[in-house]
Design a protein around this ligand. Structure first.
Ligand code: IMP
Ligand code: MG
Length: 180
């Protein structure tokens, strides 16, 4: 895998430290939650982020996964959204925390935020590990951001290209020739 990565943008250690700090921020925000927390991770990109984050979050919680894909196959620019599973029932009256790996065009999160709001949660907040500020639209509110990064196509720590590289422990820029 290393040979396919042009350069490492964020090391595994940097990511771990930041995720732990994000869990601390969230623990404060949700400490007084009486409704109960439901985390809604967007699959598959948020799996590693989710696994690390929730083990640092000592709160009673439910997890309701949702699968949306905006980059089917080998595309590296935003395509039509593909919803592969629907949100289960039970978000009404809950404190909902939507989780995704990256905020790029914002289409994915905008779409899922709308679906969640329609289920009338007590509150809705959104957390992303990465944000590309050059593109992130102002109409998609996010409450927790791990890192602002440059507008490059990155893989690792859950982020994929054609479903590869999710297990790469760092976050790195993919060699352009690998995605062409
Ligand atoms: P958006 O809908 O354009 O904001 O894209 C969000 C989704 O596209 C994320 O959940 C990722 O799965 C994927 N994505 C966006 N940028 C990248 C990237 O640089 N590397 C890998 N996946 C990405
Ligand atoms: Mg993806």
């Amino acid at each position: 895998m290393d040979a396919d990565i042009e350069r490492i943008l964020l090391s595994h250690d940097q990511i771990q430290a930041r995720v732990r700090a994000m869990a601390g921020e969230m623990a404060e925000v949700y400490a007084g939650s009486e409704q109960g927390l439901t985390i809604v991770p967007i699959l598959s990109g948020s799996i590693i982020f989710l696994a690390d984050l929730i083990r640092d979050l000592p709160l009673k919680m439910k997890i309701a996964m949702v699968q949306v894909s905006s980059y089917p196959g080998t595309a590296t620019t935003s395509q039509q959204l593909e919803m592969k599973s629907d949100l289960g029932q039970g978000l009404a009256g809950r404190d909902v925390l939507l989780l995704d790996d990256i905020l790029d065009s914002g289409n994915t999160i905008r779409h899922v935020q709308k679906l969640i709001r329609a289920r009338e949660p007590a509150s809705l907040r959104t957390a992303v590990l990465l944000r590309k500020p050059a593109k992130a639209p102002p109409d998609v509110p996010v409450d927790f951001v791990g890192f602002d990064i440059e507008d490059a196509f990155v893989v690792g720590y859950g982020l994929d290209f054609d479903d590869h590289y999710r297990n790469y422990p760092h976050i790195g820029v993919l060699r352009p020739e690998m995605s062409s």
